[in-house]
Write a protein that binds this ligand. Structure first.
Ligand SMILES: CC(C)(COP(=O)(O)OP(=O)(O)OC[C@H]1O[C@@H](n2cnc3c(N)ncnc32)[C@H](O)[C@@H]1OP(=O)(O)O)[C@@H](O)C(=O)NCCC(=O)NCCS
Length: 177
């Protein structure tokens, strides 16, 4: 978990300032789990539980990224979103992207998606996959803005409420890392 404690500040050109704070992304640690669960509860009607999220910290293929805001002059960090993905042979699968409701439409999910794309490119992944509820207009708009295209439909994939999932793919073939 030593690597997890490392904060990857975004490059100067990519810095996002929100309410006079600076956004950065870092690898989540197991001690961040309660914070991630709190974000989940506020972000989703049917959030992932602690029990469901905990094993993700021991899977070698899981990538848990936390978006944090910090006063540039110092002070505590505030976690405002997270992204969970699986780095599999040849592909990155994004399982969840969530931002606290009070911090939406500020570009935080966009930064997490850019981070995921960077991860996929560094790993020479050819594609990024994800599923999204057919009614989730915000997430669909986010993914489309990155060039994701719908390649499938999983009928009744979600529960509570039962709903279809759109399968989206972004092809990275032909790009250099
Ligand atoms: C989807 C979600 C992650 C977006 O987070 P966000 O930080 O508000 O998104 P950003 O501010 O980075 O928006 C980036 C782009 O996504 C699109 N977008 C985001 N929210 C949108 C909305 N409510 N309506 C339409 N487009 C939206 C826009 O294209 C936006 O760019 P713009 O603001 O320049 O128009 C957030 O709404 C959320 O946490 N939802 C609940 C959890 C969820 O459904 N996650 C997806 C699971 S598959």
């Amino acid at each position: 978990m030593g690597e997890g404690a490392k904060v990857d500040n975004l490059s100067m050109s990519a810095i996002l300032e929100i309410h006079d704070k600076v956004l950065s992304l870092r690898q989540a640690k197991i001690s961040d789990l309660p914070t991630i669960c709190a974000i989940e509860r506020l972000a989703h009607k049917h959030p992932w539980t602690l029990k469901a999220l905990e094993p993700e910290f021991s899977h070698p293929w899981s990538r848990f990224r936390l978006a944090i805001l910090r006063d540039p002059l110092g002070g505590d960090e505030e976690a405002v979103g997270y992204c969970l993905s699986w780095l599999l042979p040849g592909e990155l699968h994004i399982l969840n992207v969530a931002v606290l409701p009070d911090y939406r439409r500020l570009g935080i999910a966009r930064k997490m998606m850019e981070d995921a794309l960077r991860l996929a490119r560094q790993a020479d992944a050819a594609q990024i996959f994800l599923e999204v509820r057919i009614s989730n207009e915000a997430a669909i708009a986010l993914y489309r803005s990155f060039g994701f295209e719908q390649v499938g439909l999983r009928k009744k994939y979600y529960e509570k409420p039962v709903e279809d999932a759109l399968v989206f793919v972004l092809s990275l073939d032909g790009e250099s890392a």
